[in-house]
Design a protein around this ligand. Structure first.
Ligand code: FE2
Length: 342
């Protein structure tokens, strides 16, 4: 496995790059906006293709690199179901698996620091965001933080195998990695006997708000792709308009989501499944979507929220597939408009 821990010294944030091999797909956890150039240079040096950018939660102390990475690499942005971010490409929940080529991360919902905090387990290591820090835990006094919920989340993390490596979202003292066993023994916050004692401890901290909070939170909420440009060019249908197109012989409806998303949220009847990860092969000469377009069909892409489909329309148009369109707002808009699902 290729694994890199990157540090932003301004916000003391750790970001993590994972990939299964050189020349393969990569994923980044908690990227920082100011470091985006650095990450992309690293991708180039290691011959990696960034396909997913994930935030463990909505950050208050730095601006996320999610939107910038999506705009520059067309990667998929990922956050939890509970996150107040306006639009991401994909949402995840407890029990999901976050996958890229050759790697699969187990998704654990670990609320408490915020109500949208997640941890990710990848084999021998866990990425704990701001839930469990080295000899500390993330504060619980803003963004719907909840010390009792965090206590429960911490108990879950502590049930992971003792040798599991702990990679946190921040460190302010210079530590880089710990283990579950070490944190059990030496983390002072975990000395509390129960949720009540932990909540009392957290309530006594009286921490000042992060310096960047008033800038970072609003910026991090607005990370959605601007789908207006695709609409302005006449390449978008509203969910309501799309309803009238379903079942027409001249329309090929293409679902770009992953298998797990289709199982969880249902799919539009009659749609073909062609995941976004395979888009470039599918729109190239000889690919499924290319052939459908050449046979005279309108290609109607959709995904979860309209981000992947908007990027797919642009990519297909760039390849000369002039009939490429998408459903604005994706499956979420479709469901809201009362569209049929199976
Ligand atoms: Fe945080």
């Amino acid at each position: 496995m290729i694994f890199r821990q990157l540090f932003d010294s301004v916000s003391s944030t750790y970001s993590y790059v994972l990939a299964s091999r050189r020349g393969g797909e990569a994923l980044i956890i908690d990227p920082v906006l100011e470091k985006v150039d650095r990450y992309l240079k690293l991708m180039e040096e290691l011959d990696l293709k960034l396909v997913k950018a994930v935030d463990t939660h909505l950050h208050a102390d730095h601006i996320t690199g999610l939107g910038a990475l999506r705009d520059r690499t067309h990667c998929v942005t990922v956050m939890g179901d509970e996150s107040k971010v306006d639009v991401v490409s994909m949402r995840i929940a407890e029990g999901d698996r976050l996958t890229i080529e050759g790697l699969s991360l187990d998704v654990l919902y670990t609320p408490g620091h915020t109500d949208d905090s997640y941890s990710f387990v990848a084999g021998d290591r866990v990425f704990t965001g701001d839930t469990l820090l080295i000899r500390g835990t993330g504060r619980t006094d803003f963004q719907n933080g909840d010390a009792r919920a965090q206590w429960e989340s911490l108990q879950r993390l502590l049930r992971l195998p003792e040798e599991t490596l702990v990679y946190p979202g921040h460190d302010y003292k210079g530590d880089t990695v710990s283990t579950i066993a070490e944190e059990k023994r030496f983390n002072p916050r975990l000395k509390a006997r129960d949720a009540d004692e932990y909540a009392a401890l957290m309530a006594s901290l009286n921490l000042p708000n992060p310096k960047m909070m008033d800038v970072a939170v609003p910026a991090n909420i607005h990370q959605g792709l601007h789908q207006e440009e695709v609409a302005r060019r006449g390449w978008a249908f509203s969910a309501e308009e799309a309803k009238a197109l379903i079942g027409r012989a001249g329309v090929a409806l293409i679902d770009l989501r992953e298998k797990g998303e289709r199982e969880r949220k249902g799919a539009i009847p009659g749609s073909l499944h062609a995941p976004y990860a395979d888009l470039m092969d599918n729109i190239d000469k000889g690919g499924l979507i290319h052939e459908l377009a050449m046979s005279g069909k309108t290609i109607l892409f959709y995904c979860a929220f309209g981000e992947r489909s908007a990027m797919a329309v642009q990519a297909a148009q760039d390849k000369g597939l002039t009939s490429a369109r998408h459903i604005e707002g994706g499956m979420a808009a479709w469901t809201k408009a009362g569209g049929e699902r199976r």
